[in-house]
Design a protein around this ligand. Sequence first.
Ligand SMILES: [Zn+2]
Length: 210
Amino acid sequence: MRVIQEHLAPKNTGWATEMKVGQVLRLTARTIIDFVAFDGLDYGEAFDQAPTKEANRSIYLKRGHQMLSRRGTPLMRVVTDEFDGIGTHDMQFGMCCRSRHKRAQEEGRLGEYLHGKDMELPDHGCTENLTWALEPWGIPYENIPSPVNFFQNMEIDQKTGCMKRTQIRPKKPVKIELQAERDLLVGFSACPDMASKTRGLEVGATVFEV
Ligand SMILES: [Zn+2]
């Protein structure tokens, strides 16, 4: 294994980087990670939840599954998933943000996102983190797709369609590894979610060649 890049994203920050085909990105965290990928030569070929679910025949992203672009181009493959057996990764929801946290507070649902009403709201969230991280590549908020939300375990009722966030998180930092199926631009946000009362936790990122 040859390490190409390493980065520790502090709580409630984002990071983006380019990767070459065959390289692996390892993310290590206890908090939710909102993750997106783009074809490195055509940022219009962005990750898309729907073709990904259709191709994998699953609403959850699991080891061996591919992340696909809107036109069905394979972008990445999950090669390691230490969250398997603890919970599942979400592909229904989008990104949290300052206005979503405020709305959750008004709806009395802040406990689903953060540590209840006693906690001071973060002044930004994953939307802002990913927007800032992808800015150097000229990708505006409007062109950032709904992400894969790693370590965001959902309860989905088959009959009613009701979706509920659970409080299941990794108890210690666990790894997810994604191999690039082509040259890519990837980005993620360390969500300021309820994994910690300090409004989030850091995410370790390593790009390496196998
Ligand atoms: Zn978030």
